[in-house]
Design a protein around this ligand. Structure first.
Ligand code: NAP
Length: 285
């Protein structure tokens, strides 16, 4: 058993497989999820359940947060009933959710005011890389805190890039997800254009994936396009959020506005809880 005690808040699509990897690596992990029934899978795998967020923080050395968005992260960290409500001096908090650089800087300040350390460590990669511990982490924060977290982070991902101070990791994450959005939108438009001109979906995907233009994401999402079935690995609403955060952060390029509108309208049309590749269903309409 590894002696570092881990706390984990947020057991959605990403949090649960990441916790299971830490348990498999021999860490003691205590968990908390707002909807307590979603803790079941982690508990079955050997995690303990914390009574509340204050206890989760006080019981453990390193506390991870993996929840939806900026508002959720602020709810979790708050100093009234959240992680920072008790005695947390010397603890290390790591936010792995995707949030704005400004929110990361605020969390850093909140933790610092309580005598605790903070790292942002958003991830690139979806549920399969989370299960396989092949995520890519973009780290923002002090180098010494990164060194402290490394033995744990190494059990969750294949690459850990220390980008700079708090805020820079989130900026890197928004940048990579902008490129993800462009890829998904481009693949959907390509397939629909081909279809409209008499080319079968299967043939078009083969042409894309066997050539230089095919990439990890076009290959990964081809099966869902072919089956027209989009269970969420990465919910479309989360990418809509990420593209919004990028535009709020100053992204103002020829493709950023239409990309933002496309994913926002797709989410608002009822596709938010389906996978990001469901953008093709929205464009089809
Ligand atoms: P998810 O499956 O939708 O889970 C969201 C989690 O956030 C749930 O545990 C949910 O709790 C919790 N939550 C939401 N609002 C909350 C609040 N106000 N207070 C407390 N908890 C709250 O999301 P996910 O796919 O795991 O993604 C989590 C984060 O990782 C997001 O920031 C996403 O952008 C990022 N990300 C996701 C992927 C991916 O492929 N899925 C990849 C890279 C990064 P309940 O169960 O109570 O609703």
């Amino acid at each position: 058993m590894n002696s570092v005690k881990i706390g984990w808040a947020g057991l959605g699509n990403m949090g649960t497989p990441m916790v299971k990897n830490l348990l498999n690596a021999g860490f003691s992990v205590e968990v908390f999820n707002r909807s307590r029934d979603k803790e079941h899978e982690a508990i079955e795998a050997g995690a303990q359940s914390a009574a509340d967020l204050r206890v989760l923080a006080e019981d453990n050395d390193i506390i991870f947060v993996m929840v939806s968005d900026d508002a959720a992260v602020k709810d979790i960290f708050n100093s009234d009933t959240g992680l920072l409500s008790g005695e947390v001096s010397g603890k290390l908090f790591i936010n792995v959710s995707t949030v704005s650089p400004d929110t990361s800087k605020l969390l850093d300040e909140w933790c610092c005011n309580k005598g605790a350390a903070f790292l942002e460590a958003p991830v690139s990669g979806s549920v399969k890389p989370a299960q396989d511990a092949t995520l890519i982490f973009m780290i923002g924060g002090d180098a010494a805190d990164f060194e402290r977290a490394k033995p744990v982070l190494e059990r969750l991902g294949k690459l850990h890039v220390h980008v700079g101070a708090a805020g820079t990791g989130s900026a890197a994450k928004l940048a990579i997800n902008y490129l993800l959005g462009l890829n998904l939108q481009g693949l959907a438009e390509t397939v629909l254009f081909a279809n409209a001109n008499g080319v079968k979906t299967e043939d078009m995907l083969t042409i894309v994936n066997e050539g230089a233009i095919g990439n990890g994401i076009t290959k990964l999402k081809s099966a869902s396009i072919l089956s027209n079935n989009f269970p969420a690995a990465f919910a479309l609403k989360h990418l809509a959020k990420d593209v919004r955060l990028a535009t709020e952060q100053g992204m103002n390029t020829p493709l950023s506005k239409p990309l933002y509108e496309s994913f926002t309208q797709a989410r608002d049309s009822g596709l938010g809880d389906e996978d990001v590749m469901a953008i093709i269903k929205y464009l089809q309409r």
